[in-house]
Design a binder for this molecule. Structure first.
Ligand code: URA
Length: 234
C-alpha cells in the first residue's frame, strides 16, 4: 500500500495534507524518513511513525451512536442535520454510513461503519438480525397484540411481517418489541395495523449488541474488539 494512502486511511488528513506531512519529513518507515508519497508500505511488517508516534493501520471504523431525535440517518440531506454531521472530522474522514435507518424522530442504537460487507450482512433479511426497540403507544398494549406480533402483522401495503416479539411493561402502554427485518416505518405501521399509534420509539439492541447506557443522545463511541467480534460472527 502506498504511504500516502496508508496515512490518509488511518485518519491523518487528505492525500494532499499527507503530502505536506511527507514533505516536512514527519513520516518514517522503520525509522527511515520517507518523502515520496509513492513509497510502499507492508501493512503487516513495517512500522510507520508520524512525528515519532506509531500509526496503527486501519481501513474500517465501527461506531455505536445514541441517535437523537430530529436527525436523519443518512450521509447527506438537503435540509436536516444527519448522523454523519454529528461525527468528529477524525471519523468523518473514513466516510462511514449508517447501517440501516432509524426514522427522524426515532432515538437509540445506530451503527455506523465504512465496512460495506458487514453492513450488508447485518441488513440482509435472510440473516434475520434481531432489532429490539423500547416502544410507547397511545393506548394500552394487549395480550392480543402480543399474539399478533408473534404471528406476523399485515401492513397497509399487504406485506406480512416476520414473527416478532412484544413484551408489555408494567406501565401498560410501553413495551419492548423485537423484529427481524426493517421495512419502512415498520414498527409504527405494525401498531397502526393494531389500531394504535407509536408516540415514542428507541432502538435498544441490534444483532445482540446493546446500546451503551453511558452514551447521551447524540454521543457515539467506537465498538470494542469484543463487540466487533460478536457482530462479525453472529
Ligand atoms: N420502525 C419504525 O417505525 N421506525 C424506526 O425508526 C424503526 C423501526
Amino acid at each position: 500500500l502506498r504511504i500516502d494512502k496508508f496515512i490518509s486511511n488511518t485518519g491523518f488528513g487528505s492525500r494532499k495534507e499527507v503530502k505536506s506531512l511527507l514533505k516536512a519529513g514527519a513520516v518514517k518507515i522503520n525509522d527511515i524518513t520517507v518523502k515520496s508519497p509513492q513509497t510502499h508500505v507492508d501493512i503487516e511488517k513495517d512500522v510507520v511513525t508520524l512525528y515519532g508516534e506509531e500509526i496503527i493501520y486501519r481501513e474500517y471504523i465501527y461506531l455505536m451512536m445514541n441517535k437523537p431525535p430530529g436527525v436523519i440517518s443518512a450521509t447527506e440531506d438537503k435540509y436536516d442535520e444527519t448522523v454523519i454531521d454529528l461525527l468528529d472530522e477524525e471519523f468523518q474522514h473514513f466516510e462511514p454510513f449508517p447501517v440501516g435507518r432509524l426514522d427522524k424522530d426515532t432515538e437509540g442504537l445506530l451503527l455506523l461503519t465504512n465496512d460495506g460487507q458487514l453492513s450488508h450482512k447485518l441488513l440482509s433479511p435472510k440473516k434475520k438480525v434481531p432489532k429490539k426497540y423500547f416502544v410507547r403507544i397511545n393506548t394500552l398494549m394487549t395480550n392480543e397484540m402480543v399474539t399478533e406480533v408473534q404471528k406476523g402483522i399485515e401492513l397497509d401495503d399487504g406485506y406480512l411481517t416476520m414473527p416478532g416479539d412484544l413484551e408489555i411493561l408494567e406501565s401498560g402502554n410501553e413495551g419492548f418489541i423485537t423484529i427481524m427485518e426493517g421495512k419502512f416505518h415498520q414498527i409504527k405501521r405494525m401498531f397502526i395495523a393494531l389500531g394504535s399509534k407509536v408516540t415514542y420509539l428507541k432502538r435498544v439492541e441490534m444483532a445482540g449488541l446493546k446500546l451503551d447506557e453511558n452514551l447521551e443522545l447524540g454521543e457515539y463511541r467506537e465498538l470494542t474488539e469484543d463487540e466487533l467480534e460478536y457482530i462479525r460472527t453472529t
